[in-house]
Every structure is written in structure tokens, then in C-alpha cells.
Design a protein. Structure first.
Length: 190
């Protein structure tokens, strides 16, 4: 009830009382959560859509780091913008993408409310989560340092190691000088 003046009270409507009560707020919150749950289930990206979007995001990440390396803050801002942009088509990245596909692979996992992409390579054998697909959008978590982009020999001819162990020759330092323990300001207890 709401006071209209000092002596009379005006009754609130039933909908007003429902929305202002604790139970009403809980029911409204549960209905909104249920609607979001149904929308999330209906808009989970398919495996093909996840692969296409992640390939485009990976291409963008490689293009961003091709000339100069991005720092971690730039990578975060680039990952925020990548779902809304596409990779540059003038950049000739056919050879680079072949190297990426040879050394890395993307695995897509479908869950009830979302899909995830994992990057698997020789460094991250269990895979690193690099993308999340929810509400029809693929959100990348890419970092160029997670990719294996270099390849080369570990051993040379005749199975020799490429990095040779260089032994440091021992030097004769002579007799030990007169060493005494360090005492703080002459106090032998410290």
C-alpha cells in the first residue's frame, strides 16, 4: 500500500506488488536465465563455422605478427576486434598457412551451450583453448607465441648436434686468498 495522504492509502496493482517482491524478482531472473539458455542452445556455432572463423582469426593473428611482434596488451585488443573483422586478402600467406597447418591442428569440441577450439602442436600436446563459440559468435583467445611456426633440423650430418658444447677451459686461479667471514659492521653475531 502506498500513502496518498495522511489518512488514506492507495492499493498497488498486482503486477506492481509482484515485481517489487523478492519472490517476483527471483522468478523474473529465472525466466530471463531460461530464455538466455534456450537462445544459447539454438545459436551454438557448428563445427564447420568454428573451423572457418578460427582459420580467419589465425590468419589475422599471423598477419598482425608477421612484421613486428605484438605485445600481450595488443593481442588482447586484437582478439576483441577479430570476431568483427576479416583477414587481409592482399597479404600472400599461402606458404605461411601451409607451415601452420603442417605443425599445428585445430580440434573443435561441441558442448550443449557452446563450442570450443583447441590448438594442438608439439609444444602443447594436450591442446590449448584458443576459441569459444557462443551465441553465434566465435571469440578467439589467440596468442602468436602458442603457434609452432618454425621448423628445421635438430641434428646435422652424421647425427651431429647443431649446437656444439663449448667447454670452458679451466684456469688456475692460484692459492686461496685470505678469506674471512663477512661481519655486519664488525659484529661477529650478525
Amino acid at each position: 500500500m502506498e500513502p496518498t495522504n495522511r489518512s488514506t492509502y492507495k492499493r498497488q496493482s498486482m503486477s506492481n506488488e509482484f515485481t517489487n517482491s523478492c519472490l517476483g524478482k527471483i522468478i523474473i531472473l529465472a525466466v530471463i536465465a531460461f530464455i538466455l539458455l534456450i537462445v544459447a542452445i539454438a545459436t551454438v556455432p557448428s563445427e564447420e563455422e568454428m573451423r572457418v572463423q578460427m582459420a580467419d582469426d589465425i590468419r589475422e593473428c599471423i598477419q598482425d605478427n608477421y612484421e613486428k611482434r605484438c605485445d600481450p596488451v595488443d593481442e588482447v585488443f586484437n582478439n576483441i576486434r577479430r570476431p568483427f573483422t576479416e583477414a587481409d586478402t592482399t597479404f600472400n600467406d599461402k606458404e605461411i598457412m601451409e607451415i601452420f597447418n603442417r605443425n599445428n591442428r585445430i580440434e573443435v569440441y561441441h558442448h550443449t551451450l557452446f563450442s570450443t577450439c583447441r590448438l594442438v602442436n608439439n609444444v602443447h600436446t594436450d591442446g590449448l583453448r584458443e576459441g569459444l563459440g557462443i551465441f553465434g559468435i566465435v571469440i578467439p583467445f589467440l596468442n602468436y607465441d602458442d603457434f609452432v611456426m618454425t621448423e628445421g633440423n635438430v641434428r646435422g650430418k652424421n647425427n651431429d648436434r647443431l649446437m656444439k658444447d663449448t667447454a670452458i677451459p679451466e684456469m688456475d686461479l692460484g692459492d686461496n686468498p685470505m678469506l674471512k667471514p663477512y661481519h655486519y659492521k664488525g659484529n661477529p653475531d650478525d
